[in-house]
Write a protein that binds this ligand. Structure first.
Ligand SMILES: Cc1ncc(COP(=O)(O)O)c(C=O)c1O
Length: 367
């Protein structure tokens, strides 16, 4: 540790850097080759609704003014969609911002968080940043949800249970039966944060309404959503939390950065939410390509995790980061996973037909 690192909390200094995807401009600068397919950040290749782009453009006439700190009209629209009160909704600068907000407002040093392995990095690191312990329950080899381990961990009354379904980076969604078992086992001492970033990509046969189910309980819970994936607004940075009680959302509202969500993001999100046709078009194309790409990877001999998302996770048979680096040098961006025991796995987002073909062509050229 240098002297200056001593100024910072040990939990932060000791953390690994976030394994972020690379922006296209930066990629071209660093690698000196054109980007054929950016498939490293689970973005939506069809982008947002044209109405969202127009709304964001329109908002620029207001750049001199602060946005509405309460994001009131957007929260009302979201609340309408879920039949909740606007006061139960909290918006953030992406749902990543909300993960950090929830942890910093809820956790004290030494408290326990339960999540899964593999997991979306901030579910673990966000807890550790607060000095909490993150217990990770590993998925089974067949990629079924580790229900027994989670129930066992819940019996010790952790402060927070946070996991994503569908899971990032692997892709499977929890079954309704396992979800019900978790809800039955939860007690009011544990805040359940159910991260539904990829909910729109779930096949109808696997779908259930978690918010409606949780709404029938008296438990403390939060469902996390984002406009970054199915709505194609990753660059706008906007997500939201649906909270079981106004006492939960009210505390988050007090602690959040008041202008965390900018005016263009608010305008774009409102318009995107209203354009269900665009959403359905993008999701249908992605889901169809997911099946094609999965088949293409399987026929090449790769083991691919079942996916209810806009990405696939496959065992590349060597170090995942080295493999992804070979793809990157030829213009295809994917993500090698850095979490034990998945160091041999690579996550590839579902792109357009052309991008997926480019990925397969480059994959064949490096193997
Ligand atoms: C499971 C999960 N939750 C939350 C996020 C954060 O999304 P954003 O901050 O863009 O809303 C991501 C992004 O990849 C994710 O995979």
């Amino acid at each position: 540790m240098t002297n200056f690192e001593r100024m910072f909390r040990k939990e932060i200094v000791e953390q690994p850097a976030y394994n972020a995807g690379i922006a296209i401009d930066r990629f071209q600068e660093v690698y000196g080759v054109p980007c054929l397919a950016k498939l490293d950040s689970n973005e939506n290749p069809y982008g947002p609704s044209p109405r969202a782009i127009e709304a964001a453009r329109g908002s620029t006439s207001n750049l001199a003014s602060y946005p509405d700190a309460g994001t009131s009209t957007l929260r009302a629209a979201i609340a309408g969609k879920f039949k909740m009160e606007a006061d139960q909704i909290v918006t953030g600068n992406g749902s990543e911002d909300l993960i950090a907000l929830i942890y910093t407002t809820v956790l004290s040093r030494g408290e326990q968080v339960v999540t899964t392995c593999p997991s979306f990095g901030p579910h673990e690191t966000g807890a550790q940043s607060c000095g909490a312990d993150a217990q990770k329950i590993q998925y089974k080899n067949d990629w079924s949800f580790p229900i027994d381990g989670v129930l066992e961990a819940l019996s010790k009354r952790p402060k927070v249970l946070m996991f994503a379904s569908p899971n990032n980076p692997a892709g499977p969604a929890i079954s309704e039966q396992d979800f019900d078992r978790i809800v039955s086992a939860l007690t009011p001492e544990t805040l359940f944060v159910f991260d539904e970033a990829y909910v729109d990509f779930i096949d109808p046969s696997h779908r259930f309404d978690a918010v409606a189910k949780l709404g029938k309980t008296e438990l403390p819970w939060i469902s996390l959503r984002t406009f970054s994936k199915a709505y194609g607004l990753a660059g706008a940075r906007i997500g939201y939390a649906i909270c079981s009680y106004c006492s939960i959302s009210g505390s988050l509202m007090k602690a959040r950065s008041p202008f965390a969500v900018n005016g263009a993001a608010i305008a774009a999100a409102e318009a995107a939410l209203a354009d269900t046709e665009h959403l359905e078009m993008a999701v249908a194309k992605i889901v169809s390509e997911r099946a094609r790409l999965r088949h293409a990877l399987s026929t090449r001999g790769y083991t691919v995790a079942p996916s209810q998302t806009n990405f696939l996770f496959f065992d590349c048979g060597e170090n995942g980061d080295a493999f992804a680096e070979r793809l990157r040098r030829k213009g295809v961006l994917t993500k090698g996973w850095f979490e034990e025991p998945y160091l041999g796995w690579v996550r590839v987002s579902i792109g357009t037909v052309e991008q997926n073909d480019a990925f397969l062509m480059i994959l064949d050229s490096i193997t």
